[in-house]
Design a protein around this ligand. Structure first.
Ligand SMILES: Nc1ncnc2c1ncn2[C@@H]1O[C@H](COP(=O)(O)OP(=O)(O)OP(=O)(O)O)[C@@H](O)[C@H]1O
Length: 249
């Protein structure tokens, strides 16, 4: 097993006659960013759903460190250290930044939600939340309403919530979406530092970000991984250029 933190072994998923995952085996190793790229409809989101537990594979298994988590529900996988950020934001827009993180860590801490003892005064949770917000550089906006944050700051907030899980692995679904060139650059710099905390499985369409960050890239086309390798290997792979990259390589 060595330095493998997260692994899928022979994942298969069909929707009727449509084979969305065809025998997908991939690994995420300590300290790395492993990007999964591919055209729309290739099966990237379905793969993430299976890894995180919102979709059950027909065949194959998912392993987090030494544990087979295939039968575990989403919350148990999260508690085991699988931290996911979403393509579409799941933040509570009317709550403050700090409140969002505290509420996010309630689930992770395993503490029961006590109706008459608001979690927002729980010292441990507040401390954890503030530390996570400092890590992502949002310490100056903790009391701001989440709706008033920029798009990029909301993405950072999602990562702060993920950090409260003491993650073993990050699974990120298009963290650059909607950020614009400058925001994307900042997020790329941030993710670059984050890989030391936990490796990142990154689904992303922004090829500048992928090429800047990825230690390895796997290319998914029609549910199959058609190539897997370093940035240079993928950029120069004729099959990948034809199926996906075109002029971007
Ligand atoms: N619950 C479902 N039922 C039936 N078909 C589905 C379901 N979920 C996804 N699909 C189909 O599976 C295929 C893969 O979808 P998926 O969203 O995983 O692709 P993707 O690579 O993430 O695409 P995008 O880059 O556009 O997000 C698509 O053809 C989609 O329509």
């Amino acid at each position: 097993m060595g330095d493998v933190v997260l692994e899928t072994r022979g994942i298969c998923k069909n929707y009727g006659a449509l084979e969305v995952s065809k025998n997908i085996s991939l690994t995420l190793r300590k300290g790395e960013v492993h990007a999964v790229i591919g055209p729309n409809g290739a099966g990237k989101s379905t793969l993430i759903h299976q890894i995180c537990g919102t979709v059950q594979p027909d065949f194959g298994s998912i392993h987090l460190l030494d544990e087979d988590v295939t039968q575990k529900p989403v919350d148990k996988r999260a508690k085991a250290g699988l931290a996911r950020t979403f393509q579409v934001s799941a933040l509570a827009m009317e709550d403050t930044v700090l409140e969002n993180v505290v509420l996010g860590c309630v689930g992770a801490s395993g503490k029961a939600f006590r109706l008459f003892q608001p979690v927002l005064t729980d010292k441990d949770l507040l401390e954890t939340a503030r530390t996570a917000l400092e890590r992502v550089g949002l310490e100056d906006v903790v009391e701001k309403r989440t709706a008033d944050l920029s798009h990029g700051q909301r993405r950072q907030l999602e990562v702060a919530i993920a950090l409260t899980l003491a993650p073993k692995a990050f699974v990120m679904d298009e963290p650059m979406a909607g950020l614009g060139a400058e925001g994307s650059k900042r997020m790329t710099g941030f993710l670059d530092t984050l890989r030391a905390e936990a490796p990142i499985l990154l689904v992303e369409h922004d090829m500048d970000a992928v090429f800047a960050l990825a230690d390895r890239i796997s290319v998914l086309v029609y549910g199959s991984i058609i190539a897997s390798g370093t940035v240079e290997e993928i950029r120069s792979d004729p099959g990948v250029r034809e199926a996906y990259l075109g002029d971007e390589a």
